[in-house]
Design a protein around this ligand. Structure first.
Ligand code: FES
Length: 184
């Protein structure tokens, strides 16, 4: 039986992609190098992104929850909207007390509007309506608006509103002394 002749591979064929003596063609080598570089670039990019997030964290700067709102004498009877935009509350005065309503609809969190002509708060999103007291009476809102803690500063007589402390009508919390300020 005749011995088999060894197969001769030309340098041209190797250069164009045939198998090299080590078992990998030049084309394969280029392909793997490209993939390696893509992987390296992706890793570097991910690392840089993580570093940027570390240096510039995704912090939401919200206004402080406690603020001074001026003396009670600054407030006439009715709904005062001067703090709505900055602190998200209304200050309401009636003949007996001052309280602070949080301007967030308890349905899905939209900001209601005070409609003075209709004497009610009305949510523009799905139509919930609230009396001046904050109690809901129409639309999908399942409960009353929340009230923020309010007090008079012993230092300068200004009202202090604290949105960090909330009082819920449904839980009988509106009678809490921190939920209103008595006025004559
Ligand atoms: S968010 Fe106010 S009614 Fe839906």
């Amino acid at each position: 039986m005749a011995a088999r002749e060894p197969k001769i591979v030309s340098s041209r064929a190797t250069a164009e992609g045939s198998a090299s003596p080590q078992g990998m063609s030049r084309r394969d080598a280029v392909k793997w190098m490209t993939l390696a570089w893509i992987g390296f670039a992706a890793a570097v990019g991910a690392g840089a992104t993580a570093m940027l997030r570390f240096l510039f964290p995704n912090v939401l700067f919200e206004p402080p929850t406690v603020f001074k709102a001026g003396p009670p004498s600054d407030y006439a009877l009715g709904v005062d909207e001067r703090w709505k935009e900055k602190y998200g509350v209304w200050i309401v005065r009636n003949t007996a007390e001052i309280y602070s309503l949080i301007a967030v609809c308890v349905h899905l969190g939209c900001t209601p509007n005070w409609l003075a002509a209709q004497n009610k708060f009305k949510c523009p999103c799905h139509g919930s309506g609230y009396y001046i007291s904050g109690i809901n009476f129409e639309g999908p809102a399942p409960r009353a608006l929340e009230r923020a803690a309010i007090s008079v500063s012993p230092d300068d007589g200004q009202l202090i509103v604290d949105k960090g402390q909330k009082f819920l009508f449904e839980q009988g919390q509106w009678t809490d002394p921190k939920a209103f300020v008595k006025v004559g």
